[in-house]
Design a protein. Structure first.
Length: 222
């Protein structure tokens, strides 16, 4: 398999879908249908992803991958791909499994995007959607600062000046979205909604304090 064709299998949509399929096989509490619904929800909620790789294109890519796998010697498949595909497919022939994935993606793409009440956010979704919140843990949960307020101030100021228009603005947007998406926990110190696994420190009071610090920094420095 040529290098550029191998990249189709080892990166991007096909690799992510196989990872989800393998995770479902290893964890019986997860269903492939739910994970594919989350996959399509992630694309639908991300204009850049929907523009570059809509679910219909992902399904077509799976069909092409199925044809490719059926026509080549398995030994020529790119490193790691054959093993991951074999685990994901189980007893189903690899080309048939890829076609099956393609059909499921098309079916999910026809359905309304499920809200988080009906299909809770998975940890991998939270890592993608709230990546900057997750990365902020050092400033509030590492124990490197004398108190919480100092850590937050240092964390916000660390992006100044070049990162304020990009990283800091994106962090503020993530926090605001998290606060709007998920209801207030019954226990104030509990993490907000889907952040329980990826950012267990991210309670509503903590996120609100970071957001206030961002607004104060922008008002004072810009």
């Amino acid at each position: 398999m040529t290098t550029y064709t191998g990249a189709v299998f080892n990166n991007g949509a096909i690799a992510r879908l196989l990872e989800l399929a393998v995770a479902c096989r290893r964890d019986g509490s997860r269903t492939l249908e739910d994970e594919l619904a989350r996959f399509c929800r992630t694309i639908g909620d991300t204009p850049q992803a929907a523009w570059a790789m809509p679910p219909a294109t992902v399904a077509a890519l799976l069909d092409l991958a199925s044809d490719e796998v059926a026509d080549v010697d398995p030994a020529t498949l790119s490193a790691g791909f054959a093993e991951q595909l074999a685990e994901a497919a189980g007893d189903v022939p690899a080309p048939e499994f890829l076609r099956f994935l393609s059909r499921l993606v098309r079916l999910q793409d026809r359905e309304p995007i499920p809200d988080f009440d009906r299909l809770p956010m998975a940890a991998w979704e939270a890592e993608l959607k709230f990546g900057r919140i997750r990365q902020f843990w050092w400033w509030v949960d590492s124990g490197e600062y004398e108190d919480f307020d100092e850590g937050v101030r240092e964390g916000v100021a660390s992006e100044h000046p070049s990162g304020c228009r990009s990283a800091l603005a994106a962090l503020a947007a993530e926090i605001q979205e998290a606060l709007l998406l998920f209801p207030t926990p019954s226990v104030p110190s509990d993490p907000v909604g889907g952040l329980a696994e990826t950012a267990p420190w991210a309670s509503r009071p903590v996120l609100e304090a970071i957001l206030r610090a961002i607004h104060a920094h922008v008002d004072e420095e810009h």
